[in-house]
Write a protein that binds this ligand. Structure first.
Ligand SMILES: NC(=O)C1=CN([C@@H]2O[C@H](COP(=O)(O)OP(=O)(O)OC[C@H]3O[C@@H](n4cnc5c(N)ncnc54)[C@H](OP(=O)(O)O)[C@@H]3O)[C@@H](O)[C@H]2O)C=CC1
Ligand SMILES: CC[C@](O)(C(C)=O)C(=O)O
Length: 330
């Protein structure tokens, strides 16, 4: 059984009195910064001028340019979009990354694919909550924590593991458990999960189901409830108690579909394609395509984003959710 670290083995002490610079104040940045501050640690924010800067100041943080924040900090947590990290690192972080500091990430993309190469005299690590940023904050405020991973790429100070675990505690991850991994494993599994299953796979499955029902003449509102809304409630059961908890709660008729029909939807073809996607992640083809797409100012990404906004499921969903006053819409 793999070892899980909890608060008792992930003491905050080594980060007490140190300055943590959270670089970026988006989904992960705002949640990690606020959790660390509420855990009693000193946090400053590094940003460019813009929307996030105003939000971080309104949330009561001292905000600096990325270079200034790096200069002032002992621990630098890079929470910028992956595709921008290489440039910002080279221009604004590397010049101030002096001996003994910690360079940390929540995803290993740039280190693993060689876009950032840190000097030998700093610690390099990742501490990654396994969940979306807004939930990292929400769950912490509720008294829990989103579980996390940590990995050490470089231990220049001899304290890197202790520091990583302290950071994991600060963001609340050690409340529910932190697992050790490597940059390679985190990067490849995270990319595979989000591309093939959680984001890519799940949204295509939802749209395919919705389109099938609507094309057959059923009301789009019914199709929305069936294929998108209820998915969250089913996944909640899996999250709380695995597939068996879902099976306990659903009807036997639904369970028949779970056993017999699901495998007609996720076929050997799909599994073959999943393996192909994983191979492209492992051999760097996916990283190259994503880096090149960004260098070309995202022509394909932008075109598909526009088409997706127009999808009927988005319009019907917005109307229905407008009637659900209890929903958290932040
Ligand atoms: N989203 C998630 O839940 C998860 C993300 N991660 C990882 O966390 C990291 C951050 O992702 P995420 O939180 O989604 O990112 P977001 O896109 O939500 O936020 C990015 C932040 O970086 C700022 N920023 C962008 N460009 C620059 C720049 N050139 N200089 C200074 N600041 C800049 C943005 O500010 P501005 O308002 O100025 O644009 C914004 O505050 C990534 O490595 C990602 O893989 C890991 C696990 C989950
Ligand atoms: C599933 C998407 C994710 O990998 C995450 C929330 O962990 C991301 O990078 O946003």
């Amino acid at each position: 059984m793999v070892k899980m670290y909890y608060e008792n083995e992930a003491k905050l002490d080594i980060l007490k009195g140190k300055t943590i610079a959270v670089i970026g104040y988006g989904s992960q940045g705002h949640s990690q910064a606020q959790n660390l501050r509420d855990s009693g640690l000193k946090v400053i924010i590094g940003l460019r001028q813009g929307k996030s800067w105003e939000v971080a100041e309104a949330d009561g943080f001292e905000v600096y340019s990325v270079g200034e924040a790096t200069q002032k900090a002992d621990f630098i947590q890079i929470l910028l979009p992956d595709e921008r990290q290489g440039k910002v690192y080279a221009e604004e972080i590397a010049p101030y990354l002096t001996e003994g500091k910690t360079l940390s990430f929540s995803h290993g993309f740039n280190i693993h694919f060689g876009q950032i190469v840190a000097p030998k005299n700093v610690d390099v690590m990742l501490v990654a909550p396994k969940g979306p940023g807004h939930l990292v904050r929400r769950v912490y405020v509720e008294g829990g924590g989103v579980p996390g991973l940590f990995a050490i790429q470089q231990d220049a100070t001899g304290n890197a593991r202790e520091i990583a675990l302290a950071y994991a505690n600060g963001i609340g991850a050690a409340r529910s458990g932190v697992l050790e991994t490597s940059f390679r494993e985190e990067t490849e599994t995270d990319l595979f999960g989000e591309q093939a299953v959680l984001c890519g796979g799940a949204s295509e499955l939802v749209k395919a189901g919705f389109e099938t029902l609507v094309e057959a003449g059923y009301q789009p509102e019914i199709a929305y409830f069936e294929c998108l809304h209820e998915l969250k409630l089913i996944v909640d059961l899996m999250y709380e108690g695995g597939l068996s908890r879902m099976r306990y709660s659903i009807s036997d008729t639904a369970q028949y579909g779970d056993f017999m029909i699901g495998r007609r939807i996720i076929t050997d073809e799909t599994r073959k394609e999943m393996k192909k996607v994983l191979k492209e992640i492992q051999d760097g083809e996916f990283a190259r395509n994503w880096i090149l797409e960004n260098q070309a100012n995202r022509p394909v990404f932008n075109a598909i984003a526009r088409q997706e906004e127009e999808h009927q499921i988005e319009k019907v969903g917005a109307e229905l959710r407008g009637m659900m006053s209890w929903l958290n819409k932040k």
